[in-house]
Design a protein around this ligand. Structure first.
Ligand SMILES: Nc1nc2c(ncn2[C@@H]2O[C@H](COP(=O)(O)OP(=O)(O)OP(=O)(O)O)[C@@H](O)[C@H]2O)c(=O)[nH]1
Ligand SMILES: [Mg+2]
Length: 508
């Protein structure tokens, strides 16, 4: 059902309404406990690096202070920056974290930021992002599209006799923010340039926004001698296609670094494009050179990311803008489901020889799948959003366990921008949320009712439906609410404390 939002009286938003107990608890938890997979020694050098590193980690952790590396990922605009900012702010000021046991019972004495340990990774710009959210005229932080890291240290003194005996401990949380798109590149490791080209070119045939690139590709002869201008033209046109595809909601946009090149822009590892294999291949040929660059992309860009960052993660949060995809329609929802399945492949080391030996038995211990921006819904609908989230990742989960990782699905809002309001409509009541619009006005908004059974959405999406049949789901771009925080209180959120308890509660 479509519902135009209604304008309500202007004013600041009162403090958040308490959530019903059942809504707070609306999360699903599953766990598996299977042994590791067989190791495949395909790349000895990689496995050596990994084992030396784990020895070092073990040594420093045993003698010094434990470090928990938390990876935060999600496709673009999923809510990563807001999540990390609010999580850190709420761990520093813990007044709104009742469901994080160590915060509620006072075990966490203090939390403070420290210089991060990795000198080559940009620092997560916490102060600027928090500044945006808590400004006099609050706004959302800028889009960030690269890896970054932040270290938050917790001083913990467990309660009770044991705690008194052991004295306070320091636990470091290294929070790493990286784009979910980079995980999609994992699939490239299993493919040759020839395979990737064939699949990509086939997929492009049916896509309008790919016609420009296909026309350019027509004019280039893969069997001809390499001409750098040709290679550049092809790569630029292919990059242009990837940008448009992503803008139109497609998630299968590899190679991921073409979209966020950083300081690799213009370098040969990013100057290739899919081309059909010529009958005969020779040295110095355009196709052969592209083949070589594709291999270089895998070994110089994709593998180092997995080795240097991904393989060291202990706990992982996967943020998903499920509401945004549902609002965009069945095609976007199905594409999101497929991208999720691809991304989750990275958490099953057994699926890929390189990952298997990279992990060497180490594993991501916990994975949280969180549907973000749940403050767009009245809490009565949160269990339904959680069920959809759970169903979205179930597919991937049923095909293989996550190598023993414990997983949970939740609906959260890292920064709660709305309050709940029930309005009368034609003698009926509507459970709405109210927030601030771009123009500073307040509006109450009814997003539509999510179905009880997730398959009523995922089924039609999978079957390629153009539109939702019996409903329409709206989403509204609320601005963050103006905050007047009491001392000791972090920004308002929904279930961020529950998320934190799942992620780190057992180690505090
Ligand atoms: N209402 C609401 N909106 C949110 C919340 N979190 C994120 N958003 C919205 O989602 C947008 C994207 O959030 P970010 O945290 O910047 O997302 P990101 O994943 O870091 O995005 P990129 O850096 O572009 O990949 C924000 O600008 C907000 O409009 C939330 O908790 N509540
Ligand atoms: Mg970001």
């Amino acid at each position: 059902m479509t519902w135009p939002y209604r304008e309500a009286a202007q004013g600041t938003i009162p403090a958040g309404l308490p959530l019903a107990k059942d809504a707070r608890d609306a999360y699903v938890q599953t766990g598996t406990n299977r042994g590791h997979k067989t190791l495949v020694f395909a790349d000895i050098a990689d496995s050596l690096t990994r084992s030396v590193e784990s020895v070092q980690n073990t040594v420093s952790e045993a003698f010094f202070e434990p470090v928990i590396r938390i990876g935060v990922t999600g496709l673009s605009r999923a809510g990563k920056t807001v999540f990390i900012t609010s999580l850190v702010a709420n761990l520093i000021d813990r007044g709104r974290m009742p469901q994080l046991v160590a915060a509620a019972n006072g075990s966490i004495r203090t939390a403070y930021l420290q210089p991060q340990p990795d000198d080559t990774v940009p620092r997560f710009d916490y102060e600027t992002h928090l500044g945006a959210l808590t400004a006099a005229k609050p706004h959302w932080p800028e889009s960030t599209r690269a890896i970054s890291e932040l270290r938050l240290s917790l001083r913990v003194q467990p309660n009770g006799i044991l705690g008194a005996l052991s004295g306070p401990r320091t636990i470091h949380l290294d929070i790493v923010d990286y784009p979910g798109e980079w995980l999609l590149d994992l699939a490239l490791l299993d493919k040759t340039y020839e395979q990737w080209s064939a699949e990509t070119l086939e997929r492009l045939q049916g896509r309008d926004m790919a016609q420009g690139f296909l026309a350019v590709a027509e004019t280039a002869d893969p069997a001809s001698k390499l001409d750098e201008t040709d290679a550049k033209r092809l790569a630029e046109s292919f990059t242009e296609y990837l940008h448009q595809a992503r803008e139109q909601g497609y998630s299968d946009c590899t190679p991921g670094r073409f979209l966020l090149p950083g300081d690799l822009a213009g370098s040969p590892v990013l100057t290739f494009a899919p081309m059909p294999k010529p009958d005969r291949t020779r040295r110095g040929q355009l196709w052969r050179e592209m083949d070589r660059r594709f291999e270089a992309y895998k070994s110089k860009v994709v593998k180092p990311f997995f080795r240097d960052h991904f393989a060291r993660i202990d706990r992982q949060v996967v943020l998903v803008d499920a509401l945004g995809a549902i609002h965009a329609g069945p095609k976007a929802t199905e594409d999101l489901r497929r991208a999720m399945a691809e991304i989750l492949g990275a958490f099953r080391p057994g699926r890929n020889a390189f990952l298997t030996q990279l992990f060497l038995g180490k594993r991501v211990e916990k994975i949280l799948f969180a549907a973000t921006k749940a403050d767009h819904l009245h809490h009565s609908q949160h269990p339904r959003l959680t069920a959809i989230m759970d169903a979205l990742v179930k597919d991937a989960r049923s095909r293989a366990d996550f190598s023993g990782a414990q997983t949970a699905a939740m609906s959260i809002a890292a920064l709660r921008a709305t309050v709940e309001q029930t309005l009368d409509h034609d003698g009926d009541t509507l459970d709405c949320v109210r927030g601030t619009l771009d123009n500073g006005k307040q509006a109450a908004f009814y997003p539509g009712e999510l179905p009880d059974d997730p398959n009523r959405l995922l089924g039609p999406a999978r079957e390629g439906a153009e539109k939702w049949l019996d409903a329409d789901y709206q989403i509204m771009a609320f601005q963050p609410a103006h905050l007047s925080l009491k001392p000791g209180e972090g920004p308002p959120h929904i279930r961020l404390d529950k998320a934190a308890e799942f992620l780190i509660g057992d180690r505090l």
